[in-house]
Design a protein around this ligand. Sequence first.
Ligand SMILES: [Fe+2]
Length: 399
Amino acid sequence: MEYVPIMIGFRSERRVRESHVQEIPFPLNGRAPSGFWNRKLEFWAEVICTHPPMVSKVVPDENLPSLHRSEFATALEKITIQRHAFNLKVLKPDPFPQLLLWGENVALLVLSGIANSRFRFRHADAHTLCFVHRGQGRIATDFGLLHFDEGDFIVLPRGTTYAMESDSEITLLMYEFPQRILRPYHYWLEGYPFAATAPVPAEPVEIFNPPDPGTTEIRSVYIKYHHGMRARLEYPFSPFDAVAWEGKLYPFVLHLKDIRTLSSVNFHLDPKALTVFVTEDGAASVQAFLPRRVHSLPYPHQNYCTEILFNHQGYHARPEIKDGFLTLHPPGTFHGPDVRALARQRQELPDPPQNLPWRNEIGILLESKGPVAVLPAAEPLEVTTYENSWLQQYQEVVK
Ligand SMILES: [Fe+2]
């Protein structure tokens, strides 16, 4: 049998601004068409733009939010075998995403508040996957414009320059991976977990992005590198000047409605069956629990990976976990549903297949093969009763 991959990239795309269709010949070939400039993102995407790649000033240190390597090492050393829950709703608004959890395979940041497009970012050593929990808005990128809404995934490849804008408050989870983000490939299940055409790439429309306050031409781009904001680059013009691009590495939005799910009438489907994204080295993956019929409650689980589950909406396996809560389950202990619900289930006959309960939940699970540490910014969000909640439920059951 031919070699069948278990993960693949995203399909090659090309986009051109409507006003420039006649001037930009495809396929792009590494030489900018007359009158334009070009740049490459790694070797996988070429962007045709109106300005040359140019930085007028590098400002290395402005007390930008950064952590030192030693602080990460300390956080990893302090890992305990403890189940954590965090309430992201109490996170204070900040124009910079807050780094809450960190490991070698993934970091989790949360952006909370009104997004201001004057804060432009580039992640120099991480691919970013965002999940929009709350709000809607726009993202200017150096490939073009994206629109996002509640429940969307947004992929920002490493090296993309971007700026978010919203009219009201948003809550955005930002998963950063040192490895490239791919999708699972199922030879026997074409089009799962989403059609190849489902990702909506950035459109190279004209983007108005005003200069920094108090200046006439400076646009600052904050460079995130080695665990923090390491520099501010000053651009003499807007970096969002793409008129066309082509390649297989590009920013895109994947709507939740375009993600397909699976369900079984005669066994409990493991979360791995619901994987939507996976990193190139397989060290981290993301699953989406979508509304579906379920055969049974999740089981108590002795996990190998560190599991980070975000409850976007209606996840009811544990009563103390409300919408907007995040849990972290390290290996070495177990996690599972409310013990009272398990006690009820063991006294009931299984539902006949035609009556399987509909679970109207949306949860986003991240699995990391390596350990993930809780950083100081997450500590005020901790739900302190979580670790003991299984014991309390058990005590209620034995009463
Ligand atoms: Fe689990």
